[in-house]
Each structure stands twice: as structure tokens, then as C-alpha cells.
Ligand binder design. Structure first.
Ligand code: ADP
Ligand code: ADP
Length: 233
């Protein structure tokens, strides 16, 4: 069964219907890509999954149980980690400190740790993902955009996120850095995480995706797996 599921979900802002009749599944060890042009409803979908907005219609299921997130805290406590394009991490803080920034997901497994232990955990987590950031004292703001996304992905995987929601992680990146981020998306998938990859880039989606949902004006216009989607549509 999928870990996360939206069934016939809808969201209106006053009389603006931003999403309608949306079905989406996120399964462990799979990448579900959500594609669509500006205004298609991608941000609204993220906000529902991340607990920033309640859905107005339909159902949100976590592990098969119908639920409703009324705050980001609810979503985090359910194992959902969201990496936003700009706000992924705190720019002035060192890499290792960012790893332990307060959050339901990161708070749970650890009580108070000393600094040496926190650095060790960060460095182990990065090594396991194969991410090369030589100095963990580096403020996140002086890393490249690609490195920042990678640190945020490693952090979510390390703290046992069940679902990793990525908001346009490659949108601001060049070809090479996009490639690196895509590699870590694949690693998160291999680690058994259910990845929801929001992107407007069909090439990036095709490179790492298992399942594709295309939104158009708030509705699903195409939904399928790599095998089931035909290219002559
Ligand atoms: P995307 O992220 O794909 O660009 P959005 O989810 O931001 O799409 O927007 C979907 C639709 O909902 C758009 O028509 C947008 O103008 C509208 N919308 C988004 N947020 C609000 C809001 N706070 N109030 C009113 N309309 C909104
Ligand atoms: P909030 O829940 O705090 O109202 P929203 O998620 O609804 O925040 O909105 C996020 C941002 O998107 C707001 O700044 C909102 O003004 C903006 N926005 C996006 N599309 C629209 C739209 N069509 N009409 C009004 N605001 C929009």
C-alpha cells in the first residue's frame, strides 16, 4: 500500500479552485513526480502534504488511515519532510547545526547531544549519502545551491523521513548541479523513502521518476508509470 495518498483531493481559495479531483500516491522506494506549468496547483499540493493548508475536499491518507494535517508539525510527526527551494536550511548556520535544527522529525530520535556527537552524526550521514562537504563548519549560505539541496536531502533521509517532498529542487541549478541533486534523489529512493518530486522539468522527472502526475489548471491531466505513459499523446 502507498505510504501517502491523496484521493479526489481539492482545495479552493475563496472562489478560486486551485485543485480538484487530484489522486496521488507516494510509495516507499519510489519517486512520484508532479509536473505542471505555473498556476497548475503544484504549490497548493505541497502545502496540503506539508500541513500548511488543509484540503477542502477529498481525503489524505497516511499509511492507509484517513487524516488531516492542521500544521506543519502534524506532517513532520507523520514522517513527512519537505525541502523548499529557498528555505531548505538556515543560511547563516554551519552545516552540522542545520542538521539538528528543531523540527518534529529531527527532535524525536535524539535528546540533547554534545557538539562533537552532532558533528559526527552529520558527517556519517553525509558519508553514507556520498556527499562531499569537507568542512561542516561552513555556513550553509556559502554552499552552492546544489550542495544545499543535497544537505537537506541527506538530513531528511538520515532522520528517517518516510516521505520526502522536494519543491523544484533543480529549478535554479545548472546542468551539472542538477545532475548531482538527481543522483541524491535516486539515493533517497534506494534508501526506501517515498519521494514526491515537484518539478516543471520533464527531463529531470523522467531521469529519476517511477510515477508521473501532470497537473493542468488544478486537475490531473496525465497519470501513469514509466511503462504506462505513451509518448504519442
Ligand atoms: P503552481 O505552484 O503550480 O504555480 P499554485 O498552487 O501556486 O500553482 O496555484 C494554483 C492556483 O491557485 C493558481 O490559479 C493561483 O493563482 C491560485 N492560488 C494560489 N494561492 C492562492 C491564494 N493564496 N489565494 C488565491 N488564489 C491562490
Ligand atoms: P496563507 O495561508 O498565509 O494565506 P497562502 O499559501 O494562501 O498563504 O499564500 C501564499 C502566497 O501566495 C501568499 O502571499 C498569496 O498572496 C500568494 N498567492 C498566490 N497566488 C495567489 C492568488 N491568485 N491570489 C492571491 N494570492 C496568491
Amino acid at each position: 500500500a502507498p505510504f501517502l495518498e491523496l484521493r479526489d483531493a481539492g482545495k479552493s481559495y475563496g472562489n478560486v479552485e486551485a485543485l480538484r479531483g487530484v489522486n496521488l500516491v507516494a510509495r516507499a522506494g519510489e519517486v512520484t513526480c508532479v509536473l505542471g506549468d505555473n498556476g497548475a496547483g503544484k504549490s497548493t499540493l505541497i502545502k496540503i502534504i506539508a500541513g500548511l493548508h488543509e484540503h477542502s475536499q477529498g481525503e489524505l491518507l497516511v499509511n492507509g488511515s484517513s487524516t488531516r494535517f492542521t500544521s506543519p508539525r502534524d506532517a513532520q510527526a507523520a514522517g513527512i519532510a519537505t525541502v523548499y527551494q529557498d528555505l531548505a536550511l538556515a543560511p547563516l548556520m554551519a552545516v552540522w547545526r542545520n542538521f539538528f535544527l528543531g523540527n518534529e522529525l529531527t527532535r524525536r530520535p535524539f535528546g540533547r547531544l554534545d557538539i562533537a556527537r552532532m558533528k559526527e552524526i552529520t558527517s556519517d550521514a553525509m558519508r553514507r549519502m556520498g556527499i562531499d562537504i569537507p568542512d561542516l563548519e561552513t555556513p550553509v549560505g556559502s554552499l552552492s545551491g546544489g550542495q544545499r539541496q543535497c544537505v537537506a536531502i541527506a538530513r531528511a533521509v538520515h532522520f528517517g523521513a518516510k516521505v520526502l517532498v522536494l519543491d523544484e529542487p533543480t529549478a535554479a541549478l545548472g546542468v551539472k548541479q542538477s545532475g548531482v541533486v538527481l543522483k541524491y534523489i535516486a539515493r533517497a529512493r534506494e534508501a526506501g523513502v517515498a519521494v514526491v518530486f515537484i518539478t516543471h522539468n520533464p527531463n529531470h522527472a523522467w531521469l529519476v521518476g517511477d510515477h508521473f502526475v501532470v497537473l493542468k489548471l488544478g486537475r490531473v491531466s496525465l497519470d501513469g508509470t514509466k511503462e504506462s505513459i505513451t509518448l504519442d499523446q
